[in-house]
Design a protein around this ligand. Structure first.
Ligand code: KIV
Ligand code: NA
Length: 266
């Protein structure tokens, strides 16, 4: 299959073809998502709460993310691999962002990086883009800032907040961003941003007007007992896994596994 490249994102928007992105944190799932035809695999810092047992994304480090990026990049044949820059790895300066992003490409094998923030990090985006590193933006609810935002709540409500978010989106696009994730904002604002920009918007809790959608794979597949209102469970993989595990335990207990077909003779 032909590799998805950053140019295809803009082409898809022009053609009105909706884009799909899913998170992935390991080779086993990335292989399945890639073969299923998802356009972008995001090695998100949501690995913190979804895979590492943390309560938030804040504690996630570069040293934790890089092996996951590497695993996903090794098996992705078609999807564009986007690596999140974790909290504390990029905010202080464009130079700090460059150092972190270079590691994601050189050590991780990522095709692009994602940073949270708007005008505040426009200079970072410009430096990375100039250095050959495609950047995906992330506006609205930016989980790394949840201590400032006061939790996971809808952002961009009211005309001042909406205007500010639109200005952030325009600044990121002008700085060279190849796409922007819009998280937990009203659909009317997502529509405005989407209409205004030539680059695609990828929504999560931002309604159907975005040029694409992203979900955390565990929410998408039904791997959690709770997921946010904006997520839909497209499968019941958690229940299937529990069922398989129970069947395995029973078979060992009752001696029906291993059978002769699983057993070697001298
Ligand atoms: O880390 C992540 O999974 C994300 C998506 C929710 C956009 O940033
Ligand atoms: Na993230």
């Amino acid at each position: 299959p032909r590799r998805v490249r950053v140019q295809h994102l803009r082409d898809a928007k022009e053609a009105g073809r909706r884009l799909t992105m899913l998170t992935a944190y390991d080779a086993a799932t990335a292989r399945i998502f890639d073969a299923s035809g998802v356009d972008m695999l995001l090695v998100g810092d949501s690995m913190g709460d979804n895979m590492l047992g943390h309560a938030t994304t804040i504690p996630v480090t570069m040293d934790e993310l890089i092996p996951a990026v590497r695993a996903v990049s090794r098996v992705a044949r078609r999807a564009l691999v986007v690596a999140d820059l974790p909290f504390g790895s990029y905010e202080a300066s464009p130079q700090q962002a460059h150092a972190a992003a270079v590691r994601m490409l050189k050590e991780g094998g990522a095709n692009a990086v994602k940073l949270e923030g708007g005008r505040r990090i426009a200079a970072h985006v410009e430096l990375l883009t100039g250095a050959g590193i495609p950047v995906v933006g992330h506006l609205g609810l930016t989980p790394q800032a949840e201590n400032i935002l006061g939790g996971k709540r809808v952002q961009g409500r009211g005309s001042d907040a909406a205007d500010a978010l639109l200005a952030d989106a325009v600044a990121l696009a002008e700085a060279g961003a190849v796409a922007i994730v819009l998280e937990m904002i009203p659909e009317q604002l997502a529509q405005r941003v989407t209409d205004r920009l030539a680059i695609p918007t990828i929504g999560i809790g931002a309604g159907g007007a975005c040029d694409g959608q992203v979900l955390v794979w565990l929410d998408m597949a039904g791997m959690t007992d709770w997921s946010p209102r904006f997520a839909r469970q497209f499968g019941d993989v958690g229940a299937a896994l529990a069922q398989a595990t129970g069947a395995y335990i029973s078979a060992v207990h009752d001696g029906t596994f291993p059978g002769p077909e699983h057993t070697y003779q001298s």
